[in-house]
Design a protein around this ligand. Structure first.
Ligand SMILES: C[S@@+](CC[C@H](N)C(=O)[O-])C[C@H]1O[C@@H](n2cnc3c(N)ncnc32)[C@H](O)[C@@H]1O
Length: 248
């Protein structure tokens, strides 16, 4: 996989990955790995489906509402106190609900700053979906009625996010395990993807995030995640899920 597709499967937790690969191979009736690789090489749509299948894409707006509430009440206002224009990265953003949630908050409290919000993922299909900004009702279950009315236009089966918010997020392909990390971020969100990686890969990813943050910048991780060696990475723990890059 590394040679043919530049995919680093070794950095994913083995048992989980094996189960996902096995079920995928069964679905596409690939009896062994060489047939499987051949199939991925010849059928672009199967290859894309495999990337899609590698991890779960499930996401929603304001996932873990208490933590988003903390972000809105405490951390973003604090960042905005120090800087008018924020640079924000939602890494492994899936359908885009996460960067759009932040765009909504900043629209309300961002005092007109010229913020840059980047959403990245390894899965190009999901990025195409994200940039359309169309969501099922399920993804909006934590969004208040007031915000739904203000920022979404419903159609028969889905909700279209309004252009005022959609245009605030730029989507780009990025593989956390292989690609170079941009720098100068005030807030990095990376939630519910590290759980799929080996401990070693998690350490690598987190230390790259620490380097990508501005001093005083914040790393926001998933509710079931933890960074054990945050001190060594130059981070301090603010609360469960939030770490701050120590000022130089
Ligand atoms: C469960 S979703 C998380 C979405 C969002 N961050 C959230 O918490 O709701 C996991 C995402 O990680 C992406 N992903 C998996 N491996 C990745 C990698 N190596 N680099 C970047 N994204 C990756 C998947 O494509 C998927 O969209």
């Amino acid at each position: 996989m590394r040679r043919e597709f530049r995919i680093d499967l070794e950095s994913y937790k083995e048992n989980q990955l094996r189960r996902r690969i096995d079920s995928f191979m069964q679905k596409y009736q690939a009896e062994d790995y060489s047939t499987f690789i051949k199939l991925l090489k010849t059928k672009q749509n199967v290859y894309e489906a495999f990337l899609n299948h590698l991890t779960i894409n499930v996401s929603e707006f304001f996932r873990d509402p208490k933590k988003f509430d903390e972000l809105e009440r405490i951390h973003l206002p604090e960042l905005l106190n120090r800087k008018k224009d924020l640079k924000i990265w939602s890494a492994a953003c899936s359908i885009g609900a996460e960067p759009f949630s932040v765009a909504i908050i900043l629209h309300e409290i961002g005092s007109g700053g010229n913020h840059r919000i980047l959403g990245t993922d390894v899965d190009k299909n999901i990025l195409r979906r994200a940039s359309l900004g169309k969501f099922s009702g399920d993804a909006l279950k934590n969004v208040s009625k007031h915000r739904i009315k203000k920022y979404f236009t419903p159609d028969s089966k889905s909700y279209q996010i309004n252009d005022s918010i959609r245009k605030k997020v730029t989507f780009r392909h990025h593989d956390l395990l292989q690609d170079k990390y941009d720098t100068g971020f005030d807030l990095i969100m990376c939630r519910n993807v590290n759980i799929y990686f080996t401990r070693e890969a998690q350490d690598r990813v987190n230390s790259q995030f620490a380097r990508s943050l501005n001093p005083g910048g914040i790393l926001f991780i998933g509710a079931s995640e933890m960074i054990f060696n945050y001190n060594r990475l130059g981070l301090t723990k603010i609360s469960h899920g939030f770490y701050r890059k120590t000022a130089n």
